[in-house]
Design a protein around this ligand. Structure first.
Ligand code: PXP
Length: 240
């Protein structure tokens, strides 16, 4: 059954606003698991603006489900990931000034580098996902470099949800998803998904996992994190 991976970066954003240790990231992660999350995702950014090295190490020990580490291809981050050994890594592009990950990873344009990272991770038993735009050339490149999985970028779909452009972006995601499955890749998706737009993406055949952060953490301010996760999990699993 399709899994909900809860991205808790923005619990850490809140904590870093005061740097006094709360809200506690591990406690938040465990509540997400209790509410039905199939995994916890964090992005250790090169500038450490939210999640810190110690958070990733702490989550590695505390989680009962699985830890998915979003990471750039920077050598320092790759070394850290190999040392900590999350269950999954998701390689993303990263720019210092962006507010959040903009656009997918250009796997086709840097196959040698991504193949190297993929090989290193897989040799340690870490599952490798590549965060790409729903573009057939990128899906093929992901399969060529030996990735286990692709996470299709749903940011554009989310931005244009409810419009013709949004519908055509959903078609692009479906088509890229079909190709990924055909090439033997596991299929994940994420970015910008919320309580209104998640259903059509969750229904895509072969979809394994959706990684969702901002909308859940935002809703948790009003209803609490367990309820926010439970509601999203029901939507993802088609129970709502
Ligand atoms: N997947 C990836 C690869 C991401 O970089 C992000 C944002 O950190 C997400 C999913 C979650 O996006 P959002 O916070 O918009 O739900």
């Amino acid at each position: 059954m399709i899994k909900l991976g809860v991205n808790i970066d923005h619990i850490a954003t809140l904590r870093q606003a005061r740097k006094e240790g709360h809200p506690d990231l591990i406690k938040a992660a465990l509540l997400c698991e209790k509410a039905g999350a199939g995994g916890i995702t964090v992005h250790l950014r090169e500038d450490r603006r939210h999640v810190q090295d110690g958070d990733v190490k702490g989550l590695r020990v505390a989680l009962k489900t699985k830890l998915n580490l979003e990471m750039s291809a920077a050598p320092e981050i790759v070394r850290f990931a190999l040392a900590v050994g999350p269950d999954d890594v998701c390689v993303v592009p990263e720019k210092r000034q962006e507010l959040t990950t903009e656009g997918g990873l250009d796997v086709a344009g840097q196959k040698k580098k991504i193949r190297g990272i993929t090989g290193l991770m897989k040799s340690r038993g870490i599952r490798v996902s590549l965060f790409i735009d729903p573009d057939p050339a990128q899906v093929k490149a992901a399969a060529d470099v030996g990735a286990d999985c692709v996470e299709l970028h749903t940011g554009k779909y989310a931005l244009y949800f409810g419009t013709k452009k949004g519908r055509s972006e959903l078609e692009r995601i479906k088509k890229a998803g079909r190709l990924a499955v055909k090439r033997g890749l596991l299929l994940n998706a994420g970015h910008g998904l919320n309580y209104e737009n998640v259903r059509p993406v969750a229904k895509i055949p072969g979809m394994q996992e959706l990684n969702i952060g901002f909308s859940i953490i935002s809703r948790s301010v009003f209803v609490g994190i367990e309820k926010a996760v439970r509601e999203m999990n029901e939507l993802v699993k088609g129970k709502r």
